[in-house]
Write a protein that binds this ligand. Sequence first.
Ligand SMILES: *[C@@H]1O[C@H](CO)[C@@H](O)[C@H](O)[C@H]1NC(C)=O
Ligand SMILES: *[C@@H]1O[C@H](CO)[C@@H](O)[C@H](O)[C@H]1NC(C)=O
Ligand SMILES: *[C@@H]1O[C@H](CO)[C@@H](O)[C@H](O)[C@H]1NC(C)=O
Ligand SMILES: *[C@@H]1O[C@H](CO)[C@@H](O)[C@H](O)[C@H]1NC(C)=O
Ligand SMILES: *[C@@H]1O[C@H](CO)[C@@H](O)[C@H](O)[C@H]1NC(C)=O
Length: 757
Amino acid sequence: MLEQGGYSLKWYFLLAISAGFLLHSVVSQIPLDSKISVQDNNFWVSPNGEFAFGFFNLSDQPNQYSIGIRFNSKSIPVDKQIVVWVVGADLVVGSESYFLLANNGELVLHDSLKGVVWTSKTSLLSVASAALGDNGNLVLLNAKKDIVWNSFDIPTDTLLPGQNLSILQTLRAASKNSMSSYYTLFMNASGQLQLRWESHVIYWTSNSPSISNLTAFFSSDGALQLRDQKWRPVWSVFGEDHNDSIRYRFLRLDVDGNLRLYSWVDASQSWRSVWQAVENQCKVFATCGQHGICLFTASATTDCRCPFGLINGSISSCSIPFQQRCRTMVKYEHTFLYGMYPPTDNSVSQISLLQCKRLCENDPLCRAVTFTNDGTGSCLLKKTQYVSGYMDPSLRSVSFVKKCSDPLAVDLSLVKSPPPPQSLLLVKGGSHKFCVPCLIGAVSGTFAIFIVVHVVIALYIFKIRNCRRKNAALAYKGPNSNGLIVLPFSELKELTQNFEHQIGPTMFQGILPNDQPVAVKDLKATIEERRYRVAVSKIGSISHKNLVKLVGYCCELHHRFLIYEYVKNGSVEKHMEDPKLCKRLTWGKRVDICLNVARAVSYLHSGCREFVNHGNLKCGNVVLDENLDAKVTEFGLERVISETSCSDSSAERDVEDFGKMILTIFSGCKELGEELCEWAYKEWMEGHAMNVLDRRIHCGVDSEEMERIMRIAFWCLQTDGRRRPSMREVVKVLEGKLSVDPPPPPFACQKSLEQEE
Ligand SMILES: *[C@@H]1O[C@H](CO)[C@@H](O)[C@H](O)[C@H]1NC(C)=O
Ligand SMILES: *[C@@H]1O[C@H](CO)[C@@H](O)[C@H](O)[C@H]1NC(C)=O
Ligand SMILES: *[C@@H]1O[C@H](CO)[C@@H](O)[C@H](O)[C@H]1NC(C)=O
Ligand SMILES: *[C@@H]1O[C@H](CO)[C@@H](O)[C@H](O)[C@H]1NC(C)=O
Ligand SMILES: *[C@@H]1O[C@H](CO)[C@@H](O)[C@H](O)[C@H]1NC(C)=O
């Protein structure tokens, strides 16, 4: 079982080096300014000697270290000394890294290349010392020996005996394969423990009484319990060796998405799983990836199959070969199928097996159907190509899959089928013509913009004239308390030389009296003054190296201008359009740009005191500084201009815009319409991602990086906002720290794929 868990421990590596040295320091109190490093290979050890905190190498790559707590008992062989907590969950650092309990009371992980990558953020808590407890809890103590921070509060994938999991905490499986890091254990508001894949698929729940304010507790006698506020157990599960005298236990959300309780067995010198949440591993969501069928064999191990035939293509392999005109229903006994995307199937109950089969047969969109003879006569229709399932001789379910009678024709159909009419040019024309629709789009788009610009300019001139007539007197507002300068309109006019140098739509270059170059944005909107000032000072307080700083504003009568720091090299859009500038956008540069933009937006979403959405993310709003580092500008304006409050859907929209931006940056196409997205997806799916690439990128393309980027882009573009990743996850994927699955088609693409059939 433990091998399935996937931790290949490399303690050997470090211990082998340290053989002969006495480097373990048994300390009950770790004073400030204590340091451990990869090179010194020292550890902090609990007083009873059973836990150690130090660097280790979990991955197969050399020079990749994590730091955390592991079992250290002499009665457990080194390769079985399981890691129970990892700093920063999946942080990996280089061989010159060190970990410090700094003088200011913070625990700091320092990487030789990246600098500080993690801190405990405890500098304000008067930390006086640290200690690694006999229970495996790393704690920070103040002078009165009160615990002010402890590692038990931020669990990774494991609970130790005595450890709690409260409603705000989750266990997340280690990211060891493309699926695992999407598995989490958490407790919902009504006190149900749940295992979940991504954010929406719940595949196991504790079915405990619905009570709020519960705490999950892993007891030292080997039980997982939910306890109420008076600490009475209201729900428990026991390992099979519950109450036996077992020296070491732990509970872990394994890489395969199952939650297991492990005990140390002295006799066999091994860890044994004594309970697991999902009895049949096939019922753990996505056990066989997104399309495979899980076969539960008599030996209680799982086996993944593609019973519907393989389709050659990175993503569609294993999916149901489907053509609307095909009507043959192929029967699979003992097989339960479920739609993965979307996760809900159309359900009809109290009908017969034959009726169920007919229902699918006669529904042109139905691809497969599962009938379960459990007394309810339940019939589940699947209208999505993303179908998974399991097979087990004991299952009383029968499934039918719609196929063509000629299996060969079917298998090749998806690969060879003609492209949808809109994208005919894209595919048939080969790589040389793939931008024709972009050109058409650009031409018609330009014409539309031309008209709009003229109307806007006309309106603006009209407005200015109007205003001048009405108000001659200007009201000067003094410097602002939060460091933003506030300029009257007359001065703004002066410093932009009467808005002479336009550098973008409604954006002008100017120079402040102190010679600082600035970019002045005319919001061209009527915004109530007080609301405007509040919103602007919020934006002004945001500072991140990949965000263009707001330095001031103008709010006078109906003039609403924002003054930004001037970023020298102009927008990414400008670079993409200019054949000469475009040469600077090498493969590596484009990857950097995406990553920096992702970091900036992730910061807006979760790094500020308050959630801020960008609202208008696109290549025109990403500018390059003198080192060609990307900075995002014009963030948060939606909130300034319209009164809409921000919500989750605003974050989802930014993610979608980001997905479009990635495709734009890498394809070099200007306007990313639906067809383009569809075409890109198709090319990628059929293994021709290179066709999508801007031909002006001559070399340096890293195909692995490319695959990752395309995958995350299509995830960002999912029509169902709940399926889109968070920007934090996007950053991790782009940094290569989180793996990403092949995405299902963004809905628009899927729709036309279906029409085509
Ligand atoms: C777990 O929660 C209980 C009740 O809140 C508390 O008394 C106990 O100290 C907690 N255990 C740990 C290790 O924090
Ligand atoms: C918690 O989960 C249970 C079972 O899935 C569900 O019935 C309940 O509505 C959930 N409670 C909340 C607050 O989401
Ligand atoms: C749960 O805890 C919250 C905050 O501690 C409290 O306001 C609420 O009344 C509690 N609910 C119950 C049912 O005890
Ligand atoms: C576990 O052992 C304790 C004492 O060792 C005993 O009081 C308790 O009843 C036992 N519980 C179970 C479920 O056997
Ligand atoms: C199918 O995929 C395999 C391996 O990826 C490859 O070798 C083979 O050429 C492909 N066949 C077709 C028809 O594309």
